[in-house]
Design a protein. Sequence first.
Length: 421
Amino acid sequence: MIPPVRTDKGEYPVGPLSGLKVVDLTHVMAGPTCTLMLADMGADVIKIEKSPNGDDSRHMIPPKVGDETAAFLMMNRNKRGMAIDLKKPGGTRVVRRLLQTADVLVENFAPGVMERLGLGYEDLRKEHPALIYCSLSGFGRTGPYRHRRGFDLIAQAMSGIMSFTGEGPQGAPVKCGAPLSDITAGILAAMGILAAYAHRLKTGEGQWVETSLYEAALVQTYWQSAIALATGVAPRAMGSAHPLNAPYQAFEASDGWIVVGGANHRNWLRMLDAIGAPELAEDARFRDNAGRMANLKALEAELAAHFRTRTAVHWLRALEERGVPCGPVCDMLQALADPQTIAREMLVEVEHSTAGPVQTLGLPVKFSKTPGKVRKGAPIFGEHTREILREHGFGDEEIAALETEGAVAASSPGAKREKVA
């Protein structure tokens, strides 16, 4: 790996990971989240899809943008794409050739698959001792559940998250709407890769980095785990309320919902001033956080009666003027159109080779010297297969032979461009 070098104009290549080469053998969500983070920060991510069907997210429809699924477009921008059948000898031969110059391999196959293909960590580290090899799985590579397959739903259930999510303690178990463990596992994996890369820069040696959906879900339970470990009592669902601070939840105004963070004494008093209820500060039930938590239902009833009297805009203005953390409860379209979303470049437009301009989420980490960027759209199936093979020394006859064998697939040139509505 060659570190980024300043150009004659004093500029750095796009992203702090410019020059890092990643072979991406992941699919659907957790692994693609990891490699998406790396790609957005400048890494050259070569996404290898299974042939002939491609990443499962290519089949998550509706919706579609042009001929591509919205799910695949979201998770695979900034990556170059190849289609390889790893069950064919030529397929594994191609991957091994790519690894000769790769810094990182990321995979999230079912347990044992990579070993059967001869691409397990122990197989590869002998040939590539500097390789950073990252695995994501349902439950990790050790422990009694290491052979189980996992999904976000399973991780949320087994980690305890579904037991304390929902409107109240007597309700049915509820899954968090976002794929919490998938996205968290991807971010943890990217963090682990970068930590391993820092170690390699100092020592020259690679290592195996691994995490799981189960662990990713567990780390989302810091507050609830703290309560359970301290008290021996498992926390239950509290709606939008906080298990340790009050008031810190959603309230219904006359025309919609807002959230208010009056979660320390100063903000509590400021909130009471904003809603015109200073008498509650002297109520013995609510004088401190412990009292407010012990009498949460009564507190909610008192505050709800005030908030229902005026509009959301009125309360948000009054709360903001006094420095109380607050905000509207937005739907997804409202959140994406929010001026803060736009100002932070979290909604960007990128050019896709067949679908044209496509909107996607931006890079959530900002760098003053080496800013990352969403540079290009997700690849169509096999879009860069021939390009990458040629970069790695395969001649046209070899490439044709690999295609004939079915070891690789390449997109047809001159695919029809469809305009996004």
